[in-house]
Design a protein around this ligand. Structure first.
Ligand code: MBD
Ligand code: FE
Length: 288
């Protein structure tokens, strides 16, 4: 548990992602996946590990250090963080290879379902003194023919001006900078928020220790997370980034795409304004 004295950078964010994952994801029961599938995928994963050991002549001390670190990842509750940062982008690549319309990218560990429903023109829940540059995010949800999609929902969440997520970093009110915006009859929306800061993987947990040990950097570029959904449409899970922002070309989670970059411009009232139109394809029947 975190205390008031902990910095919100603490491994707290990474470990509370474990509790959130357990609370929100369905468990696949043993036997639900055919043995052939388990065998072929696990054999391939192990072959990759074996190959790395041979190629790099991994030693006993290195093997024992790896074991220790893997135990720390579990005990520190950082499996969701670690896997979403280093693996999810390839799962998304495979899942989305047939998807038309707006590009998707990874969900990440900090989504929380069932947030406040808001009208098409709305301001996300925020503290009275919420730090950061005010941002107006506006646009339209369309279908692949370019027609407006009524009843579209934009489930949006993002880090604050310090890079911290409500529900995961301590000291931020529940639901801060999160909401489900219901677009108008023409699929249009106008969302008031503040510009998020880049996100730093907590440096004090096992994921951060790996990053430090390898000499990598722990940053994701600033981003808005969105799930855009509408009746009869295939939902998209995506993120939008900011042109010219730090780490845009070296995201530790490798989740940026050139189609997903906003270019906000200052308006007369001093707020930044960014526009983005989403394109949803018709949903196919459940294939899972
Ligand atoms: C994030 O904010 C995030 O979006 C991902 C994918 C991983 C870690 C932190
Ligand atoms: Fe994020």
């Amino acid at each position: 548990m975190t205390t008031a004295h902990d910095s919100p950078t603490a491994a707290g964010s990474g470990s509370s992602a474990s509790a959130s994952f357990r609370a929100t994801s369905r468990r696949i029961s043993a036997g639900a996946v055919p043995a052939e599938r388990v065998s072929e995928v696990v054999t391939a994963v192990l072959a990759g590990v074996h190959d790395a050991i041979r190629t790099h002549e991994v030693t006993y001390p290195e093997f024992q250090a790896a074991k220790q670190w893997l135990m720390d990842v579990g005990e520190g509750g950082e499996w969701p963080l670690l896997l979403d940062v280093f693996v999810e982008h390839v799962v998304e690549e495979v899942a989305a290879c047939s998807q038309l319309g707006t590009k998707g990218t990874i969900l990440g560990p900090y989504y929380l379902p069932d947030q406040l429903k808001l009208p098409a023109t709305a301001t996300l829940p925020m503290r009275p003194d919420e730090p950061g540059i005010p941002l107006v995010f506006t646009g339209q949800v369309q279908d692949t023919a370019g027609d407006p999609v009524p009843e579209a929902e934009l489930d949006i969440w993002h880090a604050d001006d310090q890079g911290y997520y409500s529900g995961f970093a301590p000291g931020i009110p529940d639901g801060n900078l999160r909401g489900v915006v219901v677009a108008d009859g023409e699929g249009r929306f106008e969302i008031g928020t503040v510009r998020p800061a880049p996100y730093q993987i907590p440096t004090d947990g096992p994921t951060g220790r790996l990053i430090t040990a390898a000499g990598w950097h722990p940053w994701r570029p600033a981003h808005l997370h969105l799930i855009v959904r509408a009746p009869g449409k295939r939902p998209i899970t995506t993120q939008l980034y900011f042109a010219g922002g730090d780490w845009l070309d070296s995201d530790v989670a490798e989740a940026t795409k050139p189609e997903l970059v906003l270019d906000p411009k200052p308006q007369q009232d001093g707020r930044l304004r960014a526009e983005y139109d989403f394109v949803l394809e018709d949903s196919v029947e459940e294939s899972e």
